[in-house]
Design a protein. Structure first.
Length: 144
């Protein structure tokens, strides 16, 4: 089994969430565990690295709440109008920073901003940073 660093895992979770948003947008049925298993190229959900499983599962467990939290911090905009990549980046970070808390808050936001710089158009990383700064509350990180 291949070892992944946290940055790689965050990217794979974001890409899996992107696929989910595409399915939802097209009103297609999907199996959430199959989406992330395909991203990793593994047969079972248990073969997906633990960090990724945790963040991904928490995103589904708190799906409506995450939509609401992100929506609260969109100025003159609404969640449904965001492109699917932005949704996926924000969802991954809010799931990790609000629920999993497996990394310091600054790291979660910084990693999301780096993803935004790689996957979104120039300048959109500022939007991601601003939303996450409000959507992810301060928390005491005790180490993973």
């Amino acid at each position: 089994m291949q070892n992944y660093n946290r940055t790689d895992e965050r990217t794979k979770v974001m890409q899996s969430l992107y696929q989910v948003f595409l399915f939802l947008e097209n009103k297609e049925d999907f199996d959430a565990t199959e989406v992330i298993r395909n991203q990793y190229g593994v047969e079972t959900f248990e073969e997906v690295p633990v960090f990724s499983r945790c963040v991904y599962a928490l995103a589904f467990e708190h799906f409506d709440e995450i939509v609401s939290v992100i929506s609260e911090h969109l100025v003159n905009w609404n969640f449904s109008r965001l492109d699917n990549v932005s949704k996926a980046i924000l969802f991954e970070a809010v799931s990790e920073g609000r629920y999993a808390k497996l990394s310091p808050r600054k790291v979660v936001i910084s990693e999301a901003v780096k993803m935004a710089k790689s996957y979104l158009k120039e300048g959109d990383h500022r939007f991601v940073n601003a939303v996450l700064d409000k959507a992810i509350p301060e928390y005491e990180f005790r180490g993973a």
